[in-house]
Design a protein. Structure first.
Lengths: 202, 191
């Protein structure tokens, strides 16, 4: 059962579909995104709450891009590139960090370039990937972690219908310190309107 | 940065831990009869991730996996022996640490005749002490089904703090389980 589902998971991610949101296209990352990735990934404000430190040179951005392309090839849960349709550039990433298909659960993560903050863009992106989780991954639970001080991220999750479940003390070791994380989750039953919406996002 | 002791180093010579009434020691294949005596009990396995054992062969297969894990340095589960009764009455173990060796999860099972006597609390305290003293862990966490009062009372008595309720966070035996999450930090423990 689990093995069969994992095959299905691999097939889904090897051929990761594009998703359209009102203002963005979620698509596979590609080598030509490197400059855009560096542009926002070198901003310490963007990386304040991420697991990685701000890039100091374009070479620092390469490993993440390479790893993402490798995950597409292997069919592992991974990030979409967030492309701003009007501006025509990659402005961030969002996607699934892990997927336990036999437990019907997965976790999401995201990052966004600072010029695009406070416009509801990540909210529309998270909404779309959670809906992808219900329909394409047959999830029952989608969870996300964020740091206690990261109020913007908490607001995004709350606007998307996630509920706070607890504070996990010293749950990760990152950038030389132990960090408390807030855990949020949304269940399929919390989002009946997303389940009944037919087909792909418009 | 704290020194990080790899799991393999900690378990290659998994030490015996002695408490007032218990001996935590490596499991052996000749524990199969005692294991089957409780692992065949649906009341015991109801809230566990593994299925009720249907024959002693199931218990033997379980023990073979554990013993093979000891040999690979990947298994840090102890058998719980009741010192007065000289019986194998359950198991307790730490899972492979995450976050560079700082975070681990503990899980346990106990034969029903030994419930309600504080024995698992005694075992859990010993394992937490081992984890903070010898494995350089910073955080030990545990989950149990939200209705498993016996189990979360053990966690509370061993000094673990309630952190949250994770809805439908485990899928086991054909059903979604909502679980309570508990954790103890090295700083709670005073080390």
């Amino acid at each position: 059962m689990a093995a069969r589902q994992d095959d299905r998971a691999a097939a889904l991610y090897r051929d990761l579909p594009e998703i359209l949101t009102p203002r963005t296209t979620l698509r596979r990352m590609r080598p030509s995104d490197l400059d855009d990735l560096f542009a926002y990934g070198s901003d310490p404000e963007v990386t304040r709450y991420t697991g990685w430190t701000a890039y100091r040179s374009i070479d620092d951005a390469r490993p993440f891009l390479d790893r993402t392309l490798e995950r597409y090839a292997l069919g592992l849960p991974c990030d979409w590139a967030i492309e701003h349709r009007i501006d025509g550039c990659m402005i961030g990433t969002a996607g699934f960090i892990w997927w336990e298909s036999h437990e019907f659960a997965a976790e999401i993560g995201y990052a966004l370039a600072r010029p695009y903050w406070n416009q509801g863009i990540i909210t529309e992106v998270v909404h779309a990937i959670v809906r992808f989780g219900w329909h394409q991954m047959e999830l029952n639970r989608v969870q996300a972690h964020c740091e206690v001080e990261n109020l913007a991220s908490q607001r995004v999750l709350e606007k998307c219908g996630f509920r706070y479940e607890g504070t996990l003390r010293e749950r990760v070791f990152s950038k030389g310190r132990f960090i408390d994380l807030l855990l949020y989750a949304i269940l399929r039953q919390d989002a009946p309107d997303q389940i009944t919406e037919k087909g792909e996002p418009s | 940065m704290p020194h990080n002791l790899a799991l393999e180093d900690a378990v290659r010579d998994l030490p015996q831990l002695t408490t007032e009434r218990l001996l935590l020691r490596r499991m052996r294949l000749d524990d199969a009869a005692d294991m089957f005596a409780y692992a065949c009990d649906p009341q015991v396995t109801r809230t566990l991730s593994w299925d009720t054992h249907l024959s002693i062969d199931d218990s033997l297969a379980f023990l073979r996996q554990v013993v093979a894990g000891y040999e690979r340095g990947e298994q840090s589960s102890w058998g719980i022996e009741h010192r007065a009764d000289r019986r194998f009455i359950g198991t307790i173990g730490l899972m492979t640490p995450q976050q560079g060796g700082y975070v681990s999860e503990v899980g346990y099972a106990l034969a029903r005749p030994y419930w309600g006597q504080g024995l698992m609390t005694e075992a859990l305290r010993a394992v937490i002490d081992f984890g903070f003293r010898h494995m350089e862990l910073r955080r030990i966490e545990a989950i149990c089904r939200v209705d498993n009062i016996g189990s979360y009372r053990v966690m509370e008595k061993a000094g673990m703090q309630f952190e949250g309720i994770l809805r439908d966070a485990r899928y086991s035996k054909g059903r979604m389980d909502t679980v309570r999450l508990y954790a103890i930090l090295r700083s709670d423990y005073g080390r």
